[in-house]
Write a protein of this length. Structure first.
Length: 196
């Protein structure tokens, strides 16, 4: 298990979760957990997923710079379908790809408390972006979606921009540094971003 530090008030591959009880102790009754750069593995991700399914204290969970990959990260996204407390989830720099975006899309459709989702610097391409764009059409709580530094191209960017134009709550979409987006589409994104 990676060493977690808290800073608050208080395709699927078979993998075994790390010791869930140790992770449960780490979560305690904190409302803001920051596990940035703690070498959290796929197995740790599976254990964290088990805990957040019914956790009622954590409001912000930051797992930046870890190794949950699609299996652990996907399990965390799946667990968020039923979590009714976490408002901010950061899974930046976790080697998550389009393989996990189906479950991310389901989570976006079903979760009614998440307001910020950060999937920066992963391996998400157009396929994943299209799934997210479709899911956003039936979401009424997400305000911020950070997808910068992924592998999204014109097709995914245009789908997301189309949703952003009419979405009732989504006011911040970050697609910066997705180098597969053409100059013309990026210009359109910049204009939309400036008006959002």
């Amino acid at each position: 298990m990676g060493n977690g530090s808290s800073s608050g008030k208080g395709g699927v591959v078979a993998a075994k979760p790390a010791d869930v009880n140790k992770w449960r102790e780490t979560f305690g009754d904190e409302d803001d957990l920051d596990f940035t750069g703690n070498d959290i593995t796929v197995q740790d991700g599976l254990a964290i997923a088990e805990i957040i399914k019914d956790n009622t204290t954590v409001e912000e969970l930051n797992l930046t710079y870890n190794y949950t990959e699609d299996v652990g990260g996907g399990a965390i996204l799946n667990a968020m379908k039923t979590n009714s407390n976490i408002t901010t989830l950061v899974l930046a720099w976790n080697k998550i790809s389009d393989k996990s975006m189906g479950v991310a899309a389901e989570m976006i459709e079903q979760n009614s408390t998440l307001t910020e989702l950060n999937l920066r610097k992963n391996n998400i391409g157009d396929e994943g972006a299209l799934l997210l764009a479709k899911a956003l059409q039936s979401n009424s709580t997400l305000e911020t979606l950070d997808l910068q530094e992924n592998k999204i191209g014109d097709k995914g960017a245009l789908a997301l921009l189309d949703v952003l134009k009419n979405h009732k709550t989504l006011s911040s979409l970050n697609l910066d540094q997705n180098t597969k987006i053409s100059a013309d589409v990026f210009k359109s994104y910049t204009a939309t971003k400036g008006g959002a």
